[in-house]
Structures are given as C-alpha cells and as structure tokens.
Design a protein around this ligand. Structure first.
Ligand code: SF4
Length: 335
C-alpha cells in the first residue's frame, strides 16, 4: 500500500450560472484546473511535480490536502480516504500533512510575531500551549537556521530566505509526515535557493519526511526527487523514476523541458526545443491530446483522440500516440 495514493483526482472551478450571467446572457464557464490525476508516493520518497506556471500543479497539491475541495476522485493517505473525513477528522489529519507555500512574503501574517506564526499549529492541534509551546517553537526555529532571540520579531524584519525558513518551521512544528512543498524556492535568489533545498533535504532525513515537491525548474526536480511527474494543462503526461524520465524522456513535452537543461558532460546533445505559443486556456482546452497545439510531432489522430497512458519501462508511464516510434524531438530538428 502506497503512503499516498491519488486516484482520478479532478478540480474544476466555476460552472455555475452567476447573477451577472443571467443579466448578460453569458454561459457559465468551467476552469478545468486538474483532470483525472492518479499517482502514488511511497513513504520517505520525494515525488517531483514539474510543469509550466498555470498548468495546475499547485491546485493539485492543495486538492490532495483538501485545502481546495476536489471536484471528483480521491486521495488516500496512509490507508485513510481523505474524501470521507468530516471537518474534525480532517483537522486531525492535517497535523500529519502540511504545506510550505511559494511566496514567503504573502504566506506569513504581517501582524503576528514569528513565535505566534510558528506556534499556531501547536495550539490548533492541541499539541502544546504557553511555555511548552514556546519551547517547542524555539527549538524548531533554531533547527531551520534562525535564532531563538528572533522569535518576537515580525516577518517584515526578515529577508526572503529567512521568511521561507519561518514557513518551513511552521510546517514542521506539528511533526508531520507528509509535506507539499509548493514551489518553495522559486521566489528566492539562486544562492538562497541552494540553502533552502539543502535544509529541506536535511529535515527529510532527520524527520523521515515524505515530500510532494512542486517546481517549474526541472534541474531542481532532477536534483531532489526520487520520482517525477510531468504535468501539462491539468494532466500528468509522463511519470516515473527520476533517472529514467530524465535520461530518456518519452513524452515530447518532457523532451522539450529537458532540452533546455545545459549538459556539461554532453555538450553535443540534441538541440533546444522551443515550444511556440502559450499554455492553452483550461477553460477551453484543446481536443484530443491537449499538447497538440504546441507539439512538433502532432498528427491527425492527436487532434481528435486523447492518448492513453502506457507503460514504457519499470514504473515509467507516458501518454502519447507516437510512443512506439521512440522519437526524441530534440534529435530530430522537428521543433
Ligand atoms: Fe504530440 Fe500527438 Fe504525442 Fe500529443 S499525442 S504529445 S500531440 S505526438
């Protein structure tokens, strides 16, 4: 049994007719942010979730934790179907499942001290209060690299990297087992990114944590992850062990992401693939394969029929009509 199993999870927004739609005669629209996503994460593993901004990665992370209520499907955490939990049971489960947010500026309450921000989960989950809570808070603050004598300061008195350390301390103070790391380094300077990534790795080892690590940077995902899932317009298009997926990406979208990564050991690797156009709107997604409007390999069937997910290696799956041809678009000059 997997530690986390996500089955056919979807999150759609809108779809209901608002008063303004009745007045204007407009039809309500539905944003299909996440569609039928299935994946597993084993205990102690890091699953890297990669894709462009707006592809639904963060929505998926939040839907797994039920911070955003899924439209359909379910997430099973350590044998418990989260979709069946009522509010008190979900609150109790949240002690074991936490999130680190992307923006270390917007995610901290500017009117609370660090001690109040980091200590809040202890109170919410009834773990500790008063001096005991303050002692636990001081310990975790020190562990993430801040000084306990900074506990009574406010978030604006810290740098971006320090604020992200505060966010990490808040996520860890309740001693969770699973963390959704929602682009935790993308708002930080490159030098600070390395420090935060190293800290997250150390904490994972020390505390036996399991991560869903969300990023748009395939180098970060490749460095950190055990497995990788590639997301395009709300769907997983390729997933597998990180070594297998990055060494031989099978989906044209993954190939385009990989072609942008410089390879010092292999300077003669294939050409960089530059996708044309923007990510299509999740309100009106393309028919057939959702990637066909930007795929250099698209053929007729791609515009009509969505490809099914196929196994292409041990634990490695991809969804593309042209998998059997074994094409790598960075080698073909197709882009
Ligand atoms: Fe490209 Fe067609 Fe494969 Fe989609 S199914 S990724 S459009 S070749």
């Amino acid at each position: 049994m997997s530690f986390l199993k996500v089955e056919n999870l979807s999150k759609h927004y809108g779809g209901q007719r608002r008063l303004a739609d009745w007045v204007t005669g407009n039809k309500p629209f539905t944003v299909r942010a996440v569609n039928n996503v299935s994946l597993t994460v084993e205990k102690g593993e890091i699953l890297g979730l990669i894709g462009e901004s707006g592809c639904g990665k963060s929505t998926l992370g939040r839907a797994i934790l039920r911070l955003h209520e899924p439209t359909s499907g379910r997430a099973i955490f350590d044998g418990t179907d989260l979709s069946t939990l009522d509010a008190p049971a979900l609150k109790a489960m949240r002690r074991r499942m936490q999130i680190i947010f992307q923006d270390p500026y917007a995610s901290l309450n500017p009117r609370r001290t660090v001690a109040e921000i980091v200590g809040l989960p202890l109170q919410l989950h009834g773990i500790a209060s008063g001096e005991e809570a303050r002692a636990i808070t001081a310990k975790i603050i020190e562990r993430v690299g801040l000084k306990p004598n900074q506990m009574d300061r406010y978030p604006h008195q810290f740098s971006g990297g320090q604020r992200q350390r505060i966010g990490i301390a808040r996520a860890l103070v309740s001693n969770p087992e699973f963390i959704v790391c929602d682009e935790p380094v993308s708002a930080l300077d490159v030098s600070i990114q390395a420090q935060i990534i190293a800290l997250l790795q150390e904490l994972k080892q020390e505390m036996g944590l399991t991560y869903l690590f969300i990023s748009h940077d395939i180098s970060v995902i490749g460095y950190l992850s055990d497995k990788v899932a590639v997301m395009y317009l709300g769907e997983i298009v390729e997933m597998g062990p990180v070594d297998a997926v990055l060494a031989r990406p099978r989906h044209p979208y993954t190939q385009s992401l990989m072609s942008a990564v410089p390879d010092i050991d292999n300077p003669g690797k294939g050409a960089r693939v530059r996708l044309t156009g923007d990510l299509p709107s999740p309100v009106l997604p393309p028919s057939g394969c959702k990637f066909h409007t930007r795929c250099p390999l698209a053929i007729d069937i791609c515009r009509r029929t969505a490809p099914v997910t196929e196994t292409v290696g041990p634990g490695h799956q991809a969804a593309c009509h042209r998998l059997a041809e074994g094409i790598d678009i960075s080698q073909t000059g197709a882009a």
